[in-house]
Design a protein around this ligand. Sequence first.
Ligand code: TXA
Ligand code: MG
Length: 355
Amino acid sequence: MPETEIIQLDNPGNPTPGDREKLRAAGARIREGALAAFPTETVYGLGGDALNPESSRRIYAAKGRPSDNPLIVHVCSLEAIDRIADTSDPNFAKLADAFWPGPMTLILPKKEIVPRETTGGLETVAVRMPSDPVAALLIEYAGGYIAAPSANLSGRPSPTDAEHVIQDLGGRVELIIDGGENPIGLESTIVDLTVPDPVILRPGYITDKMLAEALGRPVETDRAILDPDSGKAPKAPGMKYRHYAPKGELTIVEGEESAVLAYLREAVQKAHGSGRKVGLIVTAEHAQALKADVLRCIGSRNREDEIAHNLYRILREFDDEQVEVIYSEGFADTGLGQAIMNRLLKAAGHRVVRV
Ligand code: TXA
Ligand code: MG
């Protein structure tokens, strides 16, 4: 078991010369085969050298992740991508120009140099150029290619703060770089470019509308992730696992406002009647009107960025508080709401009550 060193930075938003020195040293460690958790604009990543099969094997082991679930290769320049993937699809340039660096991952045909260990045995590779300045510097210093899944233990919510990473990976990786809270808080949008018509494999901050505008045509979302009963396997192998799940049983309650409030009040009563600790995830508009053992306000209903930013932290807090039953309000299923509802539905194992 490695001893974990926590690296504190003076100014993660705009790294100082001292911060750069620390990141240079961390990059050198990655090149030697070490694992380092690091901040990005979405969630924390668990990074290793993407071109070193042994590093990828160690990432799977540290996360407790099935090895058929491929890793995303993080780069810090467009030029670096030609070495690892085929970028000749004209849609590549359109999306890369519009959204990189940023919270988007593209699936491309892989080149020989990328080990099968990194791509979970696939002939395609997921590539992302993060905008976070700490991530960009670390990638450069590590030699240009960092394989990184989210830095949580398999099955837990993705970490959105260094504290979450320390909980999950302390004693399992060599380095954890503390960059504070991640601004977005949900994982990147994944778009498959290995098929004739681009498909969204995982919704995220970059919405279907934004992608359609950049491509000049509508973009579909993988049917299997919208409808768990479609009988199809999702094309992103990771989307089939029951991710993001809190330990308590989570139910989403949807419907007309007053009916939802009445249902939530009754659900809290019932849980208490059976002696169970109950938690609620509510919007700011309803936080005063409800009570529970653990009540968490996720943000204002018309601020989807706040809701996205707070979701994973709140799911972790319910675990810390050992809440046994959880109810959440539902959210609009458009724009960033698509990504929010995708993660919330997975956390709830698709348990939804309509009132
Ligand atoms: O925002 C993010 O994307 C974060 C940060 C750290 O960059 N990373 C992240 O990685 O969410 P991870 O490993 O937790 O999720 C990667 C997803 C998985 O669902 C995986 O199956 C899918 O990407 N994926 C990776 N390579 C793929 C490929 N070649 N084809 C299809 N899906 C792929
Ligand atoms: Mg993940």
